[in-house]
Design a protein around this ligand. Structure first.
Ligand code: HEC
Ligand code: HEC
Length: 423
């Protein structure tokens, strides 16, 4: 055992710990799997178009917002504010999105089950990009560069200049007037527009698949450790950081949820985070929220899974390229969703020092505050928290924080992908 208990070191690793560290190492990250719901996921032409759409501010009702307004490339694809801000204020904190293509579920509540169907929501959300389906379809149609690129990838567009068939401002996801316009369109035309809309999502997803996490100091440490380059391990992480890592995979049990090379088990857990903007629920009947300005409590995954199951853009829907056998994740989650009240997606911790404020509601400004939460584990006000207080000492908390800071790394992508496209 070359790496076992070294007498000269304050932090020796056992064989079992080393096996665990290997699982957290970026070298264990498998090649990005194909996405059966999106047959264009790895099509370079689709990524080319998606890259442009991601940065194009015309893709919003006021011509001023793009995905990159909130997912800022210079900011680890997040925005540094408590809740995302665009046309209005989003309901939750903006997640960083490098490595997101590995995820089986999207949004804090997992309300979409594919990367492409995720992208459709901000486009139509009145507080984000605020547009609607016929508006976006026509944008593609009327821009010669987009039209050409779209038709090369996805096939011919219908004649969208016909505003009787394709009225402005039509969508089933909008206000009463927009829904009415949508309902008056023929079923065939509605499907044409949904097809274009979903292809916009598929192009954006093909682009997002290029944004992968890079190698951090922690990864270099593990690599040196696995290769028994002991001097290099000592030069890569300090004793304090190593002690924090030991807590992370040991006594503090962070690794039970922040597991694997992306530091997430891709699941949903209740850790007792409450958005102060919502009412504390107690036993208030749902009708109470009709009579107050405050939004109802955030039920998280409980609502998210139900929305995913209902969505016309889910894995089983007609705009997905998947076979039913590819949709086991959705089917399984639909059957087993009991403990989901107040549960949220376990976020990746790569680059975590750079992605605050933290949690779905942006309630903690610093890692120190996050760790204080884990240390005291207050009870949840929606559902039940799975945490128990850690009761770590001040010194241990500092060690854990120091370790989290070793997870910084640049996005692993060709530089062109994290810049606004030049033409
Ligand atoms: C208002 C700023 C804002 C804009 C504009 C915006 N997003 Fe987001 N994004 C957010 C917020 C906030 C969330 C989390 C929302 C939630 O969970 O309910 C999110 C979630 C996501 C996620 C899921 C991440 C995860 O961990 O599951 C992806 C992917 C994403 N956005 C991509 C995009 C794309 C693509 C666009 C453009 C089509 C876009 N966003 C536009 C703020 C924004
Ligand atoms: C029971 C599962 C679980 C355990 C154990 C756990 N976490 Fe988390 N972690 C989560 C979930 C779920 C969230 C998001 C919660 C939310 O927003 O409501 C989260 C969020 C975070 C965040 C905020 C990330 C961001 O981008 O907002 C950090 C940092 C974090 N965890 C670190 C840790 C550390 C350090 C430990 C060990 C002390 C730990 N976690 C233990 C499930 C867990």
């Amino acid at each position: 055992m070359p790496f076992s208990l070294r007498a000269d070191s304050g932090s020796p690793w056992t064989g079992a710990e080393i096996a665990l560290l290997r699982l957290q190492w970026i070298g264990s990250l498998e090649k990005l799997p194909t996405d059966p719901t999106n047959r264009y996921a790895d099509d370079p032409q689709a990524a080319w178009l998606g890259h442009r759409l991601f940065f194009d501010r015309r893709f919003s009702i006021n011509g001023r917002i793009s995905c990159a307004t909130c997912h800022q490339p210079d900011n680890n694809f997040t925005d540094g504010v408590i809740k995302g801000r665009a046309i209005g204020e989003a309901r939750r904190n903006t997640p960083a999105i490098s490595g997101i293509a590995y995820s089986p579920w999207f949004f804090w509540d997992g309300r979409t089950d594919s990367l492409w169907s995720q992208a459709l929501e901000p486009l139509e959300s009145p507080v984000e990009q605020g547009g609607n389906r016929t508006f976006y379809a026509r944008l593609i149609y009327s821009d010669p560069v987009y039209k050409k690129s779209y038709e090369l990838t996805f096939g011919a567009l219908p004649d969208l200049s016909d505003r009787i068939r394709f009225p402005d401002g039509a969508t089933p996801a909008g206000n009463i007037a927009q829904k009415k316009k949508w309902d008056l369109m023929s079923a065939k035309d509605r499907r044409e527009v949904n097809r274009i809309f979903s292809n916009i999502g598929k192009a954006i997803a093909a682009y997002e698949r290029k944004l992968l996490p890079g190698t951090s100091r922690f990864d270099r440490y593990v690599e040196a450790l696995l290769n028994n380059r002991i001097e290099e391990t000592d030069a890569t992480m300090t004793h304090k950081e190593v002690a924090g890592l030991k807590l992370f995979i040991g006594k503090a049990m962070c690794v039970t949820c922040h597991q694997g090379p992306l530091f997430t088990n891709n699941s949903f857990h209740n850790i007792g985070i409450t958005d102060p903007a919502t009412l504390k629920p107690g036993y208030l009947p749902a009708i109470i929220y009709l009579f107050t300005d405050r939004p109802e409590p955030d039920y998280g995954r409980y609502r998210g899974i139900r929305r995913a199951l209902k969505s016309e853009f889910n894995c089983l829907g007609e705009y997905s390229d998947a076979q039913e056998g590819d949709c086991v994740e959705l089917i399984y989650a639909g059957r087993h969703h009991r403990a989901t009240l107040g549960a949220f997606k376990v976020p990746s911790l790569r680059n975590v020092a750079q992605t605050g404020p933290y949690m779905h509601a942006g309630v903690f400004a610093s890692l120190e505050e996050v760790l204080k939460h884990y240390n005291t584990a207050p009870p949840a006000s929606v559902g039940r928290s799975e945490l128990a207080p850690l009761n770590l000492s001040e010194q241990e908390l500092e060690q854990l924080e120091a370790f989290l800071r070793t997870l910084d790394s640049p996005v692993n992508a060709e530089t062109r992908w994290f810049k606004r496209p030049s033409s």
